[in-house]
Design a protein around this ligand. Sequence first.
Ligand code: IDP
Ligand code: MG
Length: 150
Amino acid sequence: MERSLVLVKPDGVQRALVGEVVSRLERRGLRLVAAKFIQVSKELAETHYGIHKGKPFYDGLIEYIISAPVMAMVWEGPSAIAAIRQTMGATRPTEAAPGSLRHDFALEVGRNLTHASDTPENGASEVALWFKKEELVDWNREVDRWVFEK
Ligand code: IDP
Ligand code: MG
């Protein structure tokens, strides 16, 4: 079972797309583990996007992510990393597959609505960065055996 941090970024919140993102992940069969609606601090933004420091878009990216509240979530499932990134679509909305969120709702890379972890290892470390252990809910979803093979 893999876990991913998922963010509905400020543009997604402002455009009232939180429900759309949650709905698509729920319908996919992924399981919600944690959620909180927060104003991101500059410190958290810089730690989260540390890998992009020095790139031309870095300053704008930090400004973007702290410009308004975000919906931060943890979702899990088998192959959750690949599944969620597929549901989000490619980083550049004009390259995102038709039917993906970024295809259906976005135009520009700097306003691409969501974040999802890119590897299981980064998923684990991003979940630990954004959530306290006690915020992660361990629950039994009755439908799991009809969604997960094992
Ligand atoms: P990802 O969000 O699909 O994993 P990354 O390459 O990790 O994409 O980049 C992180 C975020 O930085 C992107 O989602 C996007 O918001 C922003 N970003 C990436 N490349 C550019 C760019 O060329 N211009 C502006 N923003 C960018
Ligand atoms: Mg990334």
